[in-house]
Design a protein around this ligand. Structure first.
Ligand code: BTN
Length: 260
């Protein structure tokens, strides 16, 4: 068990997410914590300064030096009949992108399927959404978000395609201020007007993905497919056109192919 948490109250007005952040100096993973047994209500956000076993997509790990990144997860009790669970992945990406763009207005933050956030072709944020079905009308959704904020360029020598806001802009950012902006944006996109209309969220997501229509490679863990990124399907899947075939992916890694 991690040591007792502190509560940090963000100066924000929200309707769904709780501004009283449950803060741990160190934890294994904020996602793990919220997926296991606890007594926190829906809307709880758990943040850590350091994760000893941070989880990434597709079974990978997520590493960040102590105190330099924003590492947090949101816990939601939802109704899977009203809202398809896949949309939380896209809601998270749209919200974090919006908040980062607000903080650095002269930069262009892009989305890469399904929910990476890129700045100058470098991944600055990763999102891992995990869910558990509790009953026909109840599911638990944990939205885990890792934003690379103040890590130096040296930290990314092992991950050439990643960067932090600091390594890419030369400016350091206050993590709590960024968290406040992300929470406000996420709280807005989690409102029923969006969760009950996934097509509105997907439209917004596509607006910030410049790779649709571009040549990409898709790695589904078994094969690598090359083709054109045709669209995002209404269930969030990636539609790839290669020669005369169309493939639909729901879990895969995408690489953008440079076209000269
Ligand atoms: C990815 O692989 O792109 C997703 C990375 C998600 C990392 C965040 S950090 C906070 C939360 N806790 C975790 O263990 N993972 C997510």
């Amino acid at each position: 068990m991690p040591a007792n948490p502190q509560i940090i109250t963000l100066p924000v007005a929200t309707r769904l997410l709780r501004p009283e952040i449950v803060y741990f100096e160190q934890i294994d993973s904020t996602n793990n914590y919220l997926l296991s047994n606890h007594a926190h209500p829906t809307g709880t956000i758990v943040m850590a300064d350091y994760q000893t076993a941070g989880r990434g997509r597709r079974g990978r790990s997520w590493e960040a030096p102590k105190g330099e990144a924003l590492l947090f997860s949101c816990y939601l009790a939802v109704n899977p009949v009203e809202t398809p669970l896949f949309i939380y992945t896209f809601i998270a990406a749209v919200s974090v992108r919006e908040a980062l763009q607000k903080n650095i207005p002269n930069a262009s933050f892009y989305l890469k399927w399904p929910n990476d956030i890129l700045l100058e072709h470098h991944k600055v944020c990763g999102i891992l959404v995990q869910s558990k079905i509790v009953s026909a009308q109840k599911a638990i959704v944990v939205i885990g978000i890792g934003v690379n904020v103040n890590q130096s360029a040296e930290f990314f020598q092992r991950w050439q395609t990643a960067g932090s806001l600091f390594s890419l802009t030369g400016k350091r950012f206050d993590r709590t201020d960024l968290l406040s902006d992300i929470v406000v944006s996420l709280d807005n996109w989690l409102q029923p007007e969006f969760t009950r209309q996934p097509e509105v969220v997907l439209r917004q997501w596509k607006l910030h993905c410049p790779f649709i229509g571009r040549m990409i490679q898709v790695d589904d863990g078994k094969h690598i497919f090359s083709g054109y990124f045709q669209d995002v399907a209404s269930d969030g899947g990636l539609v790839l056109r290669s020669d005369s075939q169309v493939h639909l992916f729901h879990a895969a890694d995408v690489t953008i192919v440079k076209e000269y």
